[in-house]
Design a protein around this ligand. Sequence first.
Ligand code: SF4
Ligand code: SF4
Length: 431
Amino acid sequence: MSLFRGAMRVHLDGHKDLTEHKDVISINPSKVAIPLFAGAQMNPEILVQVGDEVKVGTKLAQFNGNFIVPIYSSVSGTVEAIEDRMHQSLKKIKHVVIASDLQYEEANSPTINYETATKEELVDFMMNSGLIGCGGAGFPTYVKYKFAKDVDKLIINAVECEPYITADIKLIEAEFDTILTGIKAMHKMSEAKEVLIAIKESHPETIKLVEEAIKDEKDIKVVKVPDVYPMGWERTLVYQVTKKRYDRLPSEVGVIVDNSTTCYWFAKAMINGEPIMNRMLTVSGDGVKEPCNVIAPIGSSVKEVVAACGGYTSEDMIVCMGGPMMGGTITTDLVSVDRQNNAITCIEKKPVEEIACLRCGSCSDNCPSGLQPVRIAQANKLRDMDRLGKLEVLKCVECGMCTYVCPSKIAVTENVRRAKRAYNLAQAKKK
Ligand code: SF4
Ligand code: SF4
């Protein structure tokens, strides 16, 4: 552990008012390009060919590596191409391009009744449904439940602490009954003693709605958390709720964390046999003309989604998949919306005048992982990989906090990100 353990939280200007009271809109693109992406796993088994007719829920591909990750069609129509395209991970990967017939005809996918199914049947069903974490991480959800043991708390993360993003809260307001079905099934699978739905105290209306809906559920409660960043980050949230820290996974302290939108899509799979076929995305920032929440089929291009919000305010733009703190910048808006996305943030480029480091320590004091970004950057400059290891560079979650607090306007996060990459590369070469 680092010598310094940061304050871990800062109140940020949320800018949520740009979208939180606006109606949600939907788009129906005539073509989607569905990324065959499963984190670090490569080489999907592709199960369709050009010319095949597909429906919503037709299995397009499956990853069979460390984890099983099937990928399904989000539209009905005809497979037009299977080709390499740029993905938001900034790698070229295979995409299945489908010309949509705009009918959204559904394949006859299996459903399951969580009340009568066993835990093992539910885990298998979750794995085959292709459910991944919808909060941004995109990790296959079934893995948490397959190996669940001695779980004390299941925490449903509805914190949404990043600036601009309102999609989770909008979905809770519109679909909490469905989300609750997912929560109950996950409760059964985890065998947790209690379920805590974490919502920021700055959302009294949402808290009221959820508390009313769960008033007869004796093991499910709302836990109100402070409106600070990065409260929604798993480590911060687990500490806030349990006052316990863990090394690698929340299961070490008897906790499973899942995002509220993940619960929604699990319920949709159980009730209707629907895979994650679309995502509600908060499209916001000073770089978009009419910020709002948009429901877009998986495989829609970012360009089409932003166009539905009136387009960009200028040509010089930073576009992030996700929020401005943790989201990854994309280099072209032709990339596809993927299953783990919850937002597209467009920020106008402004000249930033960087000055020398003041040694103020603010980046260390505010790092939720307790890191020392300045020392990490120095070690990377010297290519001192042993030192980077000692400074625990891999613990950086790229939350953006160090850049946000830096009075010298230094791109501190980017420096740490580079150091992480260099360290990973050096470790891979050793093998
Ligand atoms: S980006 Fe990394 S180093 Fe910077 S505050 Fe976040 S976790 Fe710490
Ligand atoms: S916050 Fe900025 S100025 Fe302060 S120590 Fe970190 S890098 Fe230097």
